[in-house]
Structure formats: structure tokens, C-alpha cells
Design a protein around this ligand. Sequence first.
Ligand code: ADP
Ligand code: MG
Length: 602
Amino acid sequence: MTSRHLTWIAIALLALAWGLLPDFTVTLLNYIGLYAMVAVGLVLLTGVGGMTSFGQAAFVGLGAYATAWITTSPQAAQALAALPAGLLPWLGLLLGLVVTALIAWGLGAVTLRLSGHYLPLGTIAWGLSLYYIFGNLDVLGGFTGLSGLPPLKLFGLDMTSPRVLGVFIWALLLLGIWALHNLLDSRPGRAIRSLKSGRVMAESMGVDTGQYRIKLFVLAALLAAVSGWLYAHLQRFVNPTPFALNIGIEYLFMAVVGGSGHLWGAVLGAALITLLKSELQDWLPQVLGTTGNFETVVFGLVMLLVLQRAADGLWPMLAGATRRFVRPPARAGTQAAPAPLATRALPPAGEVTLEAKDVTKRFSGLVANNAVNLDVKAGEVHALIGPNGAGKSTFFNMISGVDDPTSGTVRLMGQAMAGKPSRDFARLGLGRTFQHVRLLGQRSVLENVAVGAHLRGHRGWVSAMLRTDRHEEAALLAEARKQIERCGLLDYVDTPAASLPLGQQRIVEIARALAGHPAVLLLDEPAAGLRHLEKQSLAKLLTQLRAEGLAILVVEHDMEFVMNLADRVTVLEFGTVIASGTPAEVQADPRVLAAYLGGDLS
Ligand code: ADP
Ligand code: MG
């Protein structure tokens, strides 16, 4: 049995039992479904994307108030008198989604471009202020709220009964989870997974992480708004209380307790918190002898306990317990014939592809790069060597857009690159690895390498959600697999990257860079941690790439490796170039010998 079978069995059981469940249980399940819809957005935003929002309840409120206003206010009734009444709630949904998207986009644009805690703070401010806006606007009924909302009607089906509306709620939730699951298992999904801890890497692979973060924030807000819309038509009245900041925090509890990196964790978390809350509200007043929102205190304690015992939430524990009986589903996706991927025409051998002129980088007092001149030509391996702390990695960051030089210019493929982000470098054909490997440790080697092919696909989020991207996805994965094979790691395609030895993780980084079909390849200490034979195959690979016309710049400490491979060598000491030339010339240079303490460079 696979986990997919188990999902279908659970859905079938729920569907079969639905008509027989007592009213109270149906109501509880309806609320769990509504909360899970918000929590699943938070799982995506927080657990996967690494952004925290306390303001989801306010987005739920927008969805609820939009439809409440359209369906009950006299002004709206007058303006929309020509429309059939059954259409109004759907217009309310549209209004809620549009307003939510606009506000989430604005809020995201203001806070997400900044680093640090601006988003969480921004969402707290937003959650607080919206609550009072709802409460103080007369058109929205003040703190008393709006009542008399009509029930939903879908193709003539009356959804007045919570039992009927519940089917719609759970159908939408399951559809949403399906779509988000598809999204995560795609080209944009791989980029989304990099947002939490791999933004520098993702940008270097061509991902616009700022835009991705805003889109993810808007998506989570839209899910909340849909939940609010359904809530309003279930309750048939709205007031500000369920949209206050403390409820926003409760949604976060659900996502975190359930399992912040797992979509189904949202359903588990919503169920646990909802059940716990309804139990606690029954017996806490009896135990304490007084009423109040004491369940929040208990939630806080529960969350601390869960975070301490199971940092990833409870879903992975549940999934782990069933692992003996349940296999993960077989990977789909190889059925579609891969579409051909765009390739890049490489410049003719000998043409300068990357050129640094007088590149200087100061870190306050320290001059890490001092007027460095260096170029890399198509069809050559250029080695950059020098003692630790000489400024080699800093220089790599200067010529790949990760950081900007204090002065000096960088040209890539003839274009001036001043002030451009690293994704523009990637677009022009620059591929790179990092000295301190930047992989998505929990994801497979295949997925990691496929991130490198990001710019060779163009299918977006909606296409991924609806699975119309399978053709392209098959091509991207085939390309990733090809590069993995080329780098000799085919045995590990499905292995989580973090479980490989460090030396091989570096090779995964090379495969990832190659998946982008680069014209220029920057390798920062690729041979570190490799055994002798592995170094030989790396040298063979680089020789082959050079023959294909790539321009390769490599930082490496292993002198035998460097001197055998490189066409030209540049030596850096204390940020300054002290020698440059063929391996033989550099090895004979007295300054170089002195820099290496008279050591033997051959
Ligand atoms: P290499 O790669 O040649 O070993 P690096 O480029 O990593 O050297 O570092 C060069 C110098 O710049 C070192 O003295 C290092 O401490 C300093 N340095 C590197 N990055 C930063 C930074 N972000 N802030 C301040 N100093 C830095
Ligand atoms: Mg370094």
C-alpha cells in the first residue's frame, strides 16, 4: 500500500460516514476544514518558505467581510440589483480575493524586500489594525458585525445545511492540498523550497527570490480569504472577533504543531487544536473556577513541548509510525516524453567571456580584493590560487553578482554587470558552485540538480498546480539526471543531498551548475574532500568541459590538480594579484614561491 492509497481510503471513509455523523461532529469537521485551509497556506509560507505571518486571521476576515458586505449592505444591493441574488456570494468571493491579493501584495512588497523580522512585525501590525478597522467601520456593522448572509448556492444546489456546505468545504480543501502538492513537486516548487535557507543559491540559479516570496505570501493570504468566505456563509453572520490577532497566532500554532513543512500537517494541526480548544473550553473553567481565554496559555505550553520533542511537528511522527505499512508513492513524471530544452550557443574558443577590471572590495577596514584584474576565455581553465584569506571567495562573489565590488567593473559576455543581481549573471550563462556547499539537504540529489535548470524552463505556478507542466518537468528532470550521470553520481539520484560525504556534495553542486547549460563555470574549491581517484575523474570532467568550449575559473588548493589542469594561473595574496601566467611561469615566480613559504609548487 502506498501513502496515496491511504489518502484515498481516508477520503472514502470520510465521504461514506458523512451522512451518518452527528450534527455536532459535522460542525466540528467543518471548522477543522476551514482552519486547515488557512493553516495549509501557513505551512507553505512558514514551514516551506521560511516566512512567518501572524496576520492570517485578518486575511480570513477580508474574505468574510467582502462577501458579507456585498450580500447584505443596502448600497451593494442597490448597485447590483440587476444581478440574480444567487450570484452575489460569488461576487463576494471575487471581491474578497481581489482585495486580499492587493493588500497582501502591498504588505509583502513593503516588508519582504527587507531582511530580518519585518514581515512578522508587519503582519502583527496588519492583524491588529484590521481588527479595529472592522470594528469601527459603520458600513461593516462595527463590533456587532453584519448578519443575515444568504446561504451559498452552486448550480442550483442549496448549501444551507452545514452537512451540504461541509462537503463543499472539504472538497475545496482537498483540491487545494492537491494543487499545492503539485506546486511543490515542480520547477517553481523547487525554487520555493530554496527560499527558507538557500536564497543566495537560488538567486545564483536564476530565481527571483524576492518575487517568489511575495507570490507565496499572496497565495497563503488567498487561501485564508477563501476560508473566510466559506466561514461567513456557514455562520451566516460575521463580527470582528474571529479575525483578531490572537486567532492569527492560533493558526500559526496549527501549522507548527501539525508539521510546518508538511501539507497534511496543516489538517492534523487544525484538527488537534480545534478539538483541544473545544475540550479545554469545557473543563478549564471548572478546574480554574473562572472563565477566560486560558486555552491560549495551554496552547503555548503544548507548542513549546511539541517544538522541543518534535521540531518538525507531529505529522512526520505520524507518517513515521505508518512507514512499516505504507510506501511512498512511486515517482510519476517519466511517462511524458521530455520536451527539448533551450540550449545556449557558446562563444568561440579564446573569446573573453568574463572580465574583471580593477575589482576592489573593502569590508570596512579590510581590503579583501585590491584592484584585481582577471579574465576567463572560452575553452580554457583559469585557476585562481592563493593562501587562505587571500580573497578568492570574495572575488567569486564579485564576479557572480552575489555582492557588489566597492570599485572596478565586471563584464560578462560583453555586458557591464554593475549593480545587477546574481540571477542576471545566471541568465547570461554563468554557473557556479560555493565553497561552503549550498544544497537543500533534505531534498534528493535529483531535485537539487534540477534547481540548476531553473532558467531553462518557464512554466509558472498555475501550470504546476494543474499539472500542465509535466512535459517540461520531464525534460528538466531528464537534464538533471544527465548531468548527475556525467558527474558520476547516478547511484545517488534519489539520496538526500545532506547524506552524501562533503566531497560528493561539491560534485552535486557542479552537476547543478551544469544543468543550467552555462558558458562560464566558477568552481570554488571543487576538489576539497575528494579522494585521489575522485579528483582524477573531476579533472577528466573539467578537461571535457573545456573541450566543449566552456570558460572555467577554478579556485583550488591542490597544486598538483591545478598545475596539471590549468591553462593559466592567477595568484592572489592579501587581496592583490602577485603573479599571473602559465603554470610553468607562475611556479617559477619568486614572489609566488615566497608567498607559499618557499614551498614546492610542482
Ligand atoms: P579565500 O577564499 O581566499 O580564503 P575570502 O575571500 O573568503 O578568502 O576572504 C578574504 C578576506 O575577507 C578574509 O580576511 C575574510 O575574513 C574577509 N571577509 C570575507 N567576507 C567578509 C565579509 N562578509 N565581511 C567581512 N570580512 C570578510
Ligand atoms: Mg575561499
